[in-house]
Design a protein around this ligand. Structure first.
Ligand code: A3P
Length: 284
């Protein structure tokens, strides 16, 4: 039906990770006490902004190799693992999360661990999240698109409102101008992968030669990633046994989903909520 199955911990909605851990509520609450290392790199993004893509690219850069990463990104996802799994990720760690900073480890900003913040236009995020909710068994969701836009605008999904998430991070960036934050966009990555990966490599303090940058861009191109990463997914977790993490990988698919009325409603809420934000988004 129309309900999305999530775990509510002290008012915050997180996906359930039943297959990975027991007593997830306690594990979730303990995250603020976990230890961050100065050489950790964090990919931070609202769901569906391109977390898997940037995690793969960043891992290859850190490894200085275009060899396919043999793990799925969920194995280094802050809220998706136990403390033991987290501590066992091999350093230098490329980690990822959809959490806001206030729910992340307390020692975070002190450690100066690098943060790569990934953004994508919220209409494409909305469409991608709808398909995500529909296809992953854990959510037990079979709602209609006509109801989903309103749900998304209200933040009635895991991780809550995209607006709140984005504004909260923007405030963290503004309040900590000397912190090593790097903001990327899905759309720029699509349009100029080589250029964007080159800049990301510089931010990470790496000297990556152009040939390797080109190989990484190529290995992380949508169809190659889909082909080589889908088989690593637990097919049983997906409806019809079909992994759907790599769905379409395009800019502007929202135009195939939103009605004019939905789009106008979205724009008006966006204008109201983002009126004080400096972030901009590309919709095509
Ligand atoms: P679509 O549903 O629009 O296809 P996340 O990794 O944050 O969950 O985001 C998933 C979205 O990123 C999906 O969007 C997915 O297809 C897209 N994506 C994943 N890998 C990609 C790649 N290599 N290139 C472009 N898009 C990619």
């Amino acid at each position: 039906g129309e309900t999305i199955r999530v775990l509510n911990v002290d008012g915050f909605n997180t996906p359930t990770f039943d297959e990975v851990m027991k007593n997830q509520e306690d594990v979730f609450r303990s995250i603020t006490d976990w230890l961050i290392k100065p050489d950790d790199v964090f990919i931070c993004a609202y769901p569906k902004a391109g977390t898997h893509w940037l995690w793969e690219v960043t891992s290859m850069l850190v490894n200085q190799s275009a060899d396919r990463v043999k793990l799925i990104k969920e194995t280094s996802m802050l809220e998706g693992v136990t403390k033991e799994m987290f501590d066992n990720v091999v350093s230098p760690r490329v980690l990822n999360t959809h959490l806001p900073l206030r729910l992340m480890p307390k020692n975070f900003l002190k450690q100066n661990a690098k943060i790569v913040f990934v953004q994508r236009n919220p209409k494409d995020i909305c469409v991608s999240f709808y398909n995500h909710h529909k296809k992953i068994c854990e959510y037990a969701y079979d709602g209609k698109w006509e109801n989903y836009v309103e749900r998304f605008l209200k933040g009635l999904v895991d991780y809550g409102s995209w607006f709140e998430y984005t504004l909260e991070w923007e405030k963290v960036f503004n309040d900590n101008p000397d912190y090593p934050f790097y903001i990327m966009s899905y759309e720029d990555m699509k349009t100029d992968s080589m250029g964007e990966i080159t800049k990301l490599s510089k931010f990470l303090g790496l000297k990556t030669d152009d040939k390797l940058i080109e190989e990484i861009a190529d290995k992380c191109e949508f169809s190659k990633m889909k082909k080589e990463k889908d088989p690593l997914e637990d097919a049983a977790g997906w409806k019809d046994g079909q992994p759907g993490m790599y769905r379409k990988g395009q800019i502007g698919d929202w135009k195939n989903w939103f009605t004019v009325a939905q789009s106008e409603r979205f724009d008006s809420i966006f204008e109201e909520k983002m009126k004080n934000s400096k972030f901009t988004y590309r919709y095509s």
